[in-house]
Design a protein around this ligand. Structure first.
Ligand code: ZN
Length: 612
């Protein structure tokens, strides 16, 4: 993505010379080594209408420095300065380590020297501090690192000075933690950063030195006491490691071969928690959710977590079976039951004996089949079609619906007694658009899964493909996302990146463009200026209405009445025209008497005249 231009990175140079660079120093780095600050800035985007900011695939939060300063003061007061320092250092460490993962994941072909040099740029992008690299050198094999950096206008020092005046010890705790976390993660060994001078102590700038823990000798003990992790924490799951178990891995339910039940978002965790609670019981479970949210996967993991896991799991989509066959499919047939029933055969219920029967789209069962199902649930025995005997069955029934069964009951299409029998333990599964925080995880997962499945090796997604997937509404939920990514894996060139055109080819509405950061610091909703834009593609739609979400959608979502909206519109327009009714009417394309009439009706004109 970034090495397609005329820049030749160190990685390229080392590839050409046929070896991977494990040693190096800042002196070897060309000024233009990628990723540049601009490359990093393009990882930052704002999906304004959605209330999210992303740094690549990580959700960010714009919080003002004063609030961080406030938090800092509260913690210092509550915990004392040493414990507050340890806490902030650890927070910084974690963020630095995550940023190192991001850089490795997004620029996997850049060599280690570029990756080390990217740390200060990330630090700058995130607004902590302006960094000047004096020098660094490293040798990964020997675990050696030595560096010296200047920090100008440290944000933390400013806050500390404002709150406490000149300090007697360095105060840039989070920053020190950040640099330590970032560098240690890359080296695979702890590299400690220490401030030799700090602006918080009255120096013009902060100066820090970085060495491996052994190289510091005794001096390292004070940083060790901060509780900084000595061995690098395990990386977050990425395309390469999604399958590997890891203590920080998101909640997943092992469903080998069946795809993921995977997520970190609050709504997902809530559903998963319910699932775990009920799995070990015999209770009938009803999954409620839109098409494509993964109801069958949830049902399968319920089975896998239950004491019946060694028994069969039988899934039936009730909507896929013709009405005339549904009874014989579910309950089986006895020989001679009807013309053509030449042999007896068991139904799905009997085949699920000792295990779990998953009935998807339960609302589409005929009323007769509903009656039979109710009987099985109540009496734990069934009668085959045309059969004369009762067959005992030991089956846990799990049902799912994408329509509101209460409405079906009201409309007389669903038996109320069966509804109450099924609705013992309802679990609502959120649509993907309500668990957007899980999109990056699912992207990684499906990319790895379909790459294996199809024997392809795309390196990942282009920046704007990532942006598109983060912004898309997914009317077809996870199933649709799976389709998009599978298509992308198939269409993308091997060892290349998946772009929008590889995925959105089948009439899906192209997602709105997110806002991204331009070189001059402004947000733009246009296509990225990056060199990863294929010439064959159209730039994403960017008419004014779509920027940051369709305003009409926002109005509909607001649930306001037309009168309310009219009132708000008039009030805002009047305010803009400083209360001048004639100017407001002109701006709105109304005659003055019409506007006055409507204002009076809304009670806005009288109030103004009354000189409130
Ligand atoms: Zn400092």
């Amino acid at each position: 993505m970034t090495d397609t231009g005329d820049r030749i990175s160190l990685a390229e140079a080392s590839r050409q010379s046929g070896k991977v660079m494990q040693r190096g120093s800042s002196d070897d780095l060309p000024k233009t080594a990628s990723p540049t600050l601009q490359d990093l800035a393009e990882c930052l985007f704002f999906t304004l209408g959605d209330g999210r900011i992303w740094l690549n695939d990580r959700r960010m939060l714009l919080i003002d420095l004063a609030s961080v300063g406030h938090l800092r003061r509260e913690l210092i007061d509550a915990l004392g300065i040493e414990r507050a320092r340890a806490l902030f250092t650890r927070i910084g460490y974690a963020q630095g380590a995550r940023d190192a993962d991001l850089v490795r994941q997004r620029w996997p072909n850049e060599d280690l020297a570029s990756a080390f040099a990217t740390g200060p740029r990330m630090h700058m992008l995130e607004g902590f501090v302006k960094v000047t690299t004096r020098r660094f050198e490293f040798d990964k094999e020997r675990g050696h690192y030595l560096g010296e950096f200047l920090w100008h206008d440290s944000a933390e020092a400013s806050e500390h000075l404002a709150a406490y005046g000149v300090a007697s010890d360095p105060v840039c705790w989070m920053q020190t933690g950040y640099a330590t976390g970032y560098t240690s993660r890359l080296l695979g060994k702890t590299v400690l950063f220490r401030e030799i001078e700090c602006r918080g102590m009255g120096a013009a700038q902060c100066r820090c030195v970085a060495k491996s823990a052994e190289a510091w000798g005794d001096e390292a003990s004070d940083l060790a006491a901060l509780g900084v992790a000595w061995s690098a924490p395990p990386p977050r799951p990425s395309a390469e490691t999604a399958g590997a178990p890891s203590p920080t891995a998101p909640a997943t339910t092992a469903t080998p071969g069946h795809g993921p039940v995977i997520g970190l978002s609050a709504s997902f965790i809530a559903a998963r928690h319910l699932l775990e609670r009920v799995a070990t019981t015999r209770a009938t479970v009803l999954f409620v959710g839109e098409s494509g949210v993964g109801k069958e996967l949830f049902a399968r993991s319920l089975h896998d977590l239950s004491p019946r896991r060694d028994g069969p799991f039988i899934a039936v989509n009730c909507a896929a079976i013709p009405d005339t066959l549904v009874e014989s499919e579910l309950f089986g047939v006895d020989k001679g039951a009807f013309t053509g029933a030449v042999a007896s055969r068991p139904g799905r219920f009997e085949r699920a004996s000792g295990g779990t029967l998953f009935l998807d789209e339960i609302a589409s069962l005929t009323l007769v089949a509903q009656g039979k199902l109710l009987r099985v649930l109540q009496q734990r025995e069934l009668e085959r079609v045309g059969g004369a005997r009762n067959i005992p069955v030991d089956v846990r029934v799990v049902a799912a619906t994408n329509v509101d069964l209460r409405d079906e009951v009201k409309a007389g299409r669903f038996r109320e007694d069966l509804f109450f029998r099924l609705n013992v333990f309802p679990v609502t599964l959120p649509p993907l658009r309500e668990r957007r925080d899980d999109i990056p995880l699912l992207m990684d997962h499906f990319l790895a899964f379909y790459s294996r499945e199809h024997g392809r090796s795309p390196r990942g997604f282009t920046r704007r493909a990532t942006e598109a997937l983060l912004n898309y509404r997914y009317p077809g939920n996870i199933r649709e996302m799976q389709n998009l990514i599978e298509r992308g894996v198939v269409h993308a060139p091997d060892d290349g990146l998946i772009d929008i055109i590889h995925m959105f080819r089948d009439g899906e509405t192209m997602p709105q463009s997110a806002f991204t950061l331009l070189a001059d610091g402004r947000l733009s909703s246009g296509p990225p200026p990056a060199d990863d834009r294929p010439s064959s593609d159209q730039p994403p739609a960017e008419d004014a209405e779509r920027r940051g979400g369709d305003p009409v959608d926002a109005l509909v979502d607001s649930g306001s009445s037309l009168t309310e909206l009219e009132g708000r519109l008039f009030a805002a327009a009047l305010q803009r025209h400083k209360g001048n009714v004639a100017a407001t009417a002109r701006a709105l394309g109304l005659t003055r008497p019409t506007l006055e009439y409507r204002l009076r009706k809304l009670g806005l004109y009288g109030a103004r005249d009354g000189g409130e």
